[in-house]
Design a protein around this ligand. Sequence first.
Ligand SMILES: [Zn+2]
Ligand SMILES: [Zn+2]
Length: 264
Amino acid sequence: MSLSKETYRNPNQCSPGYMNPEMLTRRIKLWDINAHITCRLCEGYLIDATTVTECLHTFCRSCLVKYLEENNTCPTCRIVIHQSHPLQYIGHDRTMQDIVYKLVPGLQEAEMKKQREFYQRLGLEVPGDAKGELCNTKLHLDGQHNGDVKPEDGANKESPEDKQEEDNDYHRSDEQVSICLECNSSKLRGLKRKWIRCSAQATVLHLKKFIAKKLNLTSFNELDILCNEEILGKDHTLKFVVVTRWRFKKSPLLLHYRPKMDLL
Ligand SMILES: [Zn+2]
Ligand SMILES: [Zn+2]
């Protein structure tokens, strides 16, 4: 494949000592990192990269969704994603998709072209995101929507064991994540203390409940929480959010909240 001759310059690879401009970048053959940016199911480059919340393995969205129609385990590590609703425990991985598009020359353009042709062939209007924008927002929003169809799952997720565990040390020994919660709507007030630290196992739903309580809202359902201007699914753990949206950024993880808006 001709793509393998392409190289990747890592601008962060600094050399200690003297500053030879040649030393500031390190060339890596695309071939060497291919394994990390390809989908195990189709063996192509990741398209609409989608990550399993539980084990953080990544696949193309369409490959994974199709696979999970017949299975409930991760194709890579075989962990059970969820007994009955595995599709609710996978999420769009923007960081990974951005990396893949940056590393593989022409891939994004080719994918957008394919999508445009697909819609045109069916005589459908080309969605805004296939007109040449980054990432496939439509599929992503559909994913979010799926998450909303069965609210009982996330809302009553506390099994007896979870409860027990919580009673022991309130997740203080978990990996912790630092968050800054900013309000980005004039209709809600800001939090008095917007910097918080909590377990990386906490979910977006937990944060919604926390904010709703602090602001005396009648329901946490009135809120959306966003990261990089993208609405977060309520079942995502903060660990998942950090890994897929904040991997190369400085702590704290910056999240925004605002009144819920209908996506349709
Ligand atoms: Zn695939
Ligand atoms: Zn896995």
